[in-house]
Write a protein that binds this ligand. Structure first.
Ligand SMILES: CC(C)(COP(=O)(O)OP(=O)(O)OC[C@H]1O[C@@H](n2cnc3c(N)ncnc32)[C@H](O)[C@@H]1OP(=O)(O)O)[C@@H](O)C(=O)NCCC(=O)NCCS
Ligand SMILES: CC(=O)OP(=O)(O)O
Length: 324
């Protein structure tokens, strides 16, 4: 609904993937966003003759008028990393680098990929070309989880962070992930964020250097964002179940009410979202990035077309909100 209010243009590089084309057709039919499909129009349309892609725009790296300018821009951005004209031309034949460059040049407002390509190869071009948003040092990635028949979180809606990007965040990085996720929850879900800094310990129930990291991250996050409802360290049950929160963390007005779950590392975050998605049959949209200069979002290779539609809609909403 919000995506449709001010239509944005989203580039989809993985056009050899049928789920991506199904999602593109649905997004165009529903008017969620305008879509650029990367690749040859003829090849793409022949591969999916049953889909109506007539409203899509096509951009083929093998035959693209603005390629010289794209190459020059990439050389300018990456020359101190050893990228010369030949290397830039080769990189830009990769649909993911090409798609990110379309965003960089303002020809698209955002990009969604990852149905086929693994996360590092989706996010690396975005980090290298678009870089971080002014004022942000750390990019992180989260999932929007919508759990059916669930009384916890915001009527079953949660943000799980970081579940896609930073393998082993320091306490300071974890604090930034928490504060950024709270802000994102407010703008995306439009409800008050309540942030739980997750651990295998609640308020000193266990002693370990991993627990110390979360305690320190909680301290820093509270300092960075004193007005955000945030507490830690909390076990998952103490974070989301009111009665358990009350018994394990008495006196905390956050414990038992969390809707933003900050995981101590990427093992926990990535495994946690997949457990929720597969066992609780939750909708899982992401990994959505926060902190890149323009929205580039990832998918799981296990996604279905409906997931891609959801991530495209979220990308369009992020593009509406992003000042460039
Ligand atoms: C995202 C990821 C690919 C980046 O790391 P990398 O491959 O080592 O790439 P580099 O370290 O060369 O980083 C590329 C650029 O991104 C920047 N960067 C990397 N991580 C960043 C972050 N979290 N925030 C901001 N910038 C970041 C680097 O500074 C570098 O910039 P530069 O080339 O201009 O100097 C890596 O963190 C990763 O693989 N993460 C795990 C992803 C994953 O597998 N998730 C599970 C499935 S969802
Ligand atoms: C987000 C994620 O885990 O992606 P994939 O399943 O593609 O590795």
């Amino acid at each position: 609904m919000r995506a449709k209010a001010q239509k944005k243009t989203i580039v989809l590089p993985e056009t050899w993937d049928r789920r991506t084309l199904d999602a593109a057709a649905a997004v165009l039919a529903e008017g969620i966003a305008d879509v650029i499909l990367v690749g040859s129009k003829e090849t793409i349309c022949q591969s999916a003759p049953d889909l109506d892609l007539s409203k899509a725009t096509f951009a083929d790296p093998e035959n693209f008028e603005g390629m010289d300018e794209f190459v020059a821009t990439l050389v300018e951005l990456r020359k101190n990393k050893g990228v010369d004209e030949a290397k830039a031309a080769k990189l830009l034949k990769n649909p993911l680098y090409f798609g990110v460059m379309m965003v960089k040049k303002g020809q698209a407002d955002g990009m969604v990929a990852g149905a086929v390509t693994a996360t590092p190869d989706v996010l690396r071009p975005a980090l290298q070309i678009l870089k971080t948003r002014p004022g942000t040092k750390l990019v992180s990635a989260f999932f929007v989880m919508v759990v059916p028949d669930c009384e916890y979180g915001a009527n079953g809606t949660f943000i799980y962070a970081d579940s896609g990007l930073n393998p082993n965040p320091t306490a300071e990085e974890l604090a930034h992930i928490a504060v950024n996720s709270a802000e994102t929850f407010e703008t995306l879900v439009q409800e008050e964020p309540v942030v739980g800094m997750l651990s295998f310990s609640t308020k000193g129930s266990a002693s370990h250097s991993d627990v110390d990291k979360v305690v320190e991250a909680t301290r820093i996050a509270k300092e960075l964002a004193p007005n955000v409802k945030l507490d830690g360290e909390l076990q998952l049950d103490a974070a989301i179940v009111p009665s358990v929160g009350q018994s394990k963390a008495p006196g905390s007005d956050v414990a038992g009410h969390c809707n933003v779950l900050v995981f101590p590392d990427l093992d926990a975050g990535n495994i946690g979202y997949k457990l929720t998605q597969r066992l609780a049959k939750a909708e899982a949209y992401g990994p959505i990035t926060q902190g890149i200069a323009a929205p580039v979002n990832d998918l799981s290779r296990g996604c279905v077309a409906e997931d891609i539609v959801g991530v495209i809609a979220i990308t369009a909403v992020q593009a509406q909100q992003q000042k460039r």
